[in-house]
Design a protein around this ligand. Sequence first.
Ligand code: ZN
Ligand code: MN
Length: 497
Amino acid sequence: MNGGACSAGRSRWVEFDSVVSVEIHVQLATESKLFCRCASVYGAQPNTSVCPVCLGLPGSLPVVNREAFELGICAALALSCEVSSICTFDRKNYFYPDLPKSYQITQHYSALGRNGRIEIEDNGGARQIQIDRVHIEEDAGKIVYDETTGESLIDFNRCGVPLLEIVTKPWVTTPEEVYKYLVAIKQVLQYTGVSDCDMEKGNLRCDVNISVMEQGAQEFGTRTEVKNLNSFRAVQKALEYEKKRQIELIRQGKKVVMETLLYDDVSGKTALQRSKEQAQDYRYFPEPDLHPFFISGEWLESVRSKMVELPGARRERFIREYFLPRYDAGVLTGDREIADFFEKCVTLHNSPKVISNWIMGEVMKTLNEKKVSLSDLNLSPAQLVELINLLESGEITNLVAKDVLAAVIETGKSPRDIIAQKGLRQESAEDALRAVVDKVIASNPVPAVEYKKGKKTAAQFLIGQVMKETKGRANPQIVARLVLEALDKAAPENPQK
Ligand code: ZN
Ligand code: MN
């Protein structure tokens, strides 16, 4: 893992480690905004969900949204943070057209949660990523560039929407591990209902800081910040690019400059947004319009008691309780909806591995193809279990079962109805099958002769042809037996016998 181009001036080839810290902003899944009663909606008509508070009109005063804090506490607990017992707010002052107050209310001096951690899977083992802080703040509005008129328009609907900012400590890592960290964080936030984490709607955004240092070095190198990352894969690719770029600079005897870069997903490169040589001065000071308030032990406990089982714990339980391979357990628990679906199926039919295979195979394939989530599909646990039962009782073949599943998803009808309607019941009436076998053998003389000469594998081809002829409806075991019977009957004494 190194940057490539070797500088001529250097006699010693050194390897580099990258040090990364990740800053995530997620939108809390509240009904209303952080300091007013405006609805926290996405995709509404611009500037329809606004009021004097979130527009920062003179004389208006903010009031804290309790639901936002419940969600924030829930996230802090799920990430094993120490939760602050007193909550304070601060103003971060800066001017930007989409920030009508000219300051953002945030938690600068005291964060809601500190010193947390999250576990990620690391080649079968586990690794803990340290979280520095989790705090609550309000979002800004959105600038929309109108390409037809060339105007810049401002939509204030997002102003004051509650955000949770999650910042890791810098750690020695790889771009791939950072990707895993993001997946793990998203799973926890979705499981706990803290956020929908829909990156397309912009309710999960992340920025990364990266520096490189010689392996074994004690001091971190100069870091750059990369923004404009619209997917977890983009984060990984941007880090890979930036790591390589920084290593090459150092190998050429040049210096990494502290700056903010924008990542372009199309070219796969980073480009300068602004130089960061002077840190911006936000003139933080305590927010005078909001009283500090206490988070009691009771409140913490009540949030904790309502918390769902977290993905990591659930994965371990799936391995323990259902004897699933670690891989299956990881995939199934990666999405709460899928894990719930799996467990409902298992209560109806106690074959966890068979159910897991169906969900990880056909069901998830369909979800990927259609780019939807499980709740968007016409498929209930009862329907999947009915299908598995029909398959296990031999009424349909595996091949047919896949078609039936597709039809269930398409129509919402029960597997039994679809089978009856389409006449897909397994052909095990032997006489009908025997006729097909004879026909296939007659029209494929070469493999039949080869079989007679002792090439046993030639029978496989004929079995395949019969299955094809019956459109996969025949029971493969019966077909195999009938084909062998027919061939042996026609075959002379095997000379090698
Ligand atoms: Zn408002
Ligand atoms: Mn922030």
